[in-house]
Design a protein around this ligand. Structure first.
Ligand SMILES: [Zn+2]
Length: 67
């Protein structure tokens, strides 16, 4: 997996992390989401998001999405 892009993220259907493309521009992580949980942003707001296996770190109360 690729490192996520700074602390930028997106609320969307799919993995919430952005990753850097070859030109180091942010793009949405294209890995299939496997987890849903709560992510607290840098301002302390909680968001319910989906994450792939590689980007599960940082989620609170992560639970696996049933196939
Ligand atoms: Zn991801």
């Amino acid at each position: 997996m690729r490192e996520h892009y700074a602390e930028t993220f997106a609320i969307r259907d799919g993995c919430f992390r952005l990753v850097a493309d070859k030109a180091r521009r942010p793009e949405h992580c294209s890995e299939p989401p496997a987890w849903v949980g709560t992510y607290q942003d840098s301002k302390g707001r909680a968001h319910t998001v989906q994450a792939c296996d590689g980007h599960r770190g940082g989620l609170v109360n992560a639970r696996r999405i049933d196939g």
